[in-house]
Design a protein around this ligand. Structure first.
Ligand SMILES: [Fe+2]
Length: 224
């Protein structure tokens, strides 16, 4: 089994069996109807020698994501964008390469006051009660035990004063961070990956749990 690692476009043995996972703020679907940029990017990614997956960040057209056709893939539900591009949905547990990945995207936008609702900011950046229930039901089915957690943001305690992601200028209250904190305390896992913070930070917590905040091309990429 290959451990997830940071994407390198020159990685030699890529094929459609490899997954590129974008940890949110992909923004691939941004306008209400597909525009030239979106069609170009989808065509370009479909031609690449990998399968592209993304979980949602805060900067996404969540209305478009909510309306994607849903199919069963990797033992969970995904939104299908194209032949080889898939949206990983909040609360699902996917099996990639025999390892379990719990996914929970979304985050609060600190700049939403400067954005236009449903044009450049979507309230669905924050999870619904249904998505919270899906997460708890799926974690229960897996006895609260997964190999990896993929999210856009991180558990709240990491952003509080004294935590590695504390920032006194940008602190905001984010329900997704609170929910992730609850999930992290209740779940056994090895490594947690996030994007969102525009920083590369790696650290250990509770002796054996690793946290990786990635900033590759802005939102964190992994390849399996
Ligand atoms: Fe973000």
């Amino acid at each position: 089994m290959k451990d997830p690692r940071v994407f390198n476009p020159f990685y030699p043995d890529k094929s459609k069996d490899n997954l590129l996972i974008i940890l949110g703020d992909c923004g691939l679907l941004w306008t209400d109807k597909p525009d030239k940029t979106e069609l170009f990017n989808i065509k370009m990614l479909d031609k690449k020698p990998w399968t592209t997956c993304f979980l949602d960040g805060n900067h996404e057209n969540h209305t478009r994501l909510d309306n994607l056709p849903i199919i069963e893939k990797w033992c969970g539900k995904v939104g299908q964008v194209s032949e080889s591009i898939f949206h990983l949905k909040r609360g699902e547990i996917y099996t990639f390469d025999n390892k379990k990945y719990f996914v929970f995207g979304g985050a609060d936008s600190i700049d939403k006051g400067m954005r236009m609702p449903l044009r450049s900011w979507w309230p669905r950046e924050i999870y619904s009660r249904e998505e919270e229930n899906t997460a708890f039901d799926n974690l229960e089915k897996h006895q609260w035990n997964v190999d990896y957690i993929l999210a856009h943001t991180v558990p709240e305690f990491l952003t509080l004063k004294g935590g590695p992601l504390y920032n006194e200028y940008y602190w905001n209250s984010d329900p997704t961070r609170k929910l992730l904190e609850h999930i992290v305390y209740a779940t056994s896992f090895k490594r947690f990956f996030a994007g969102h913070f525009h920083e590369n930070i790696n650290f250990k917590w509770n002796d054996n749990k690793e946290f990786h905040v990635l900033d590759h091309l802005g939102s964190g990429f992994l390849i399996l």
